[in-house]
Design a protein. Structure first.
Length: 124
């Protein structure tokens, strides 16, 4: 049996300065270090390492997401901070860009400066 109970989160950036500004100032994550190969943040009690690369190949699906208790307040706060929420064809999103999943969960998506899709989910 393994003890894989403390995951480390990974993303990539081709522009460390821009990425640090977004994650630290816009999203409000705690910045830990600017290491030679990665920016390091804390997300709750987890580590997020944003690897420094020459070229980013973002996935067309959610790469990282947060469970939030009040999605409307979080969306509003991020809009004020300059985040643009994504709209997807065929998704019945409301005026705030929030989609209600068949389970009842509320979900909204946005991108980081490197094009990684990030999400917010309020589980009901």
């Amino acid at each position: 049996m393994t003890h894989l109970d403390n995951p480390v989160l990974f993303l990539a950036t081709a522009n460390a300065e821009r990425s640090q500004t977004f994650y630290e100032r816009v999203l409000g994550l705690a910045f830990v270090a600017d290491e030679p190969r990665a920016l390091v943040f804390t997300v709750g009690d987890r580590m997020l390492r944003i690897q420094k690369v020459v070229q980013v190949h973002p996935a067309p699906y959610t790469a990282l997401g947060w469970a939030v208790s009040d999605i409307r307040r979080t969306v509003h706060d991020l809009l004020v901070a300059g985040v643009v929420f994504q709209r997807y064809e065929g998704m019945n999103q409301d005026g705030d860009g929030i989609w209600q999943a068949p389970s009842g969960a509320l979900v909204a998506w946005f991108q980081d400066p490197d094009g990684h899709v990030l999400s917010l989910t309020q589980f009901l």
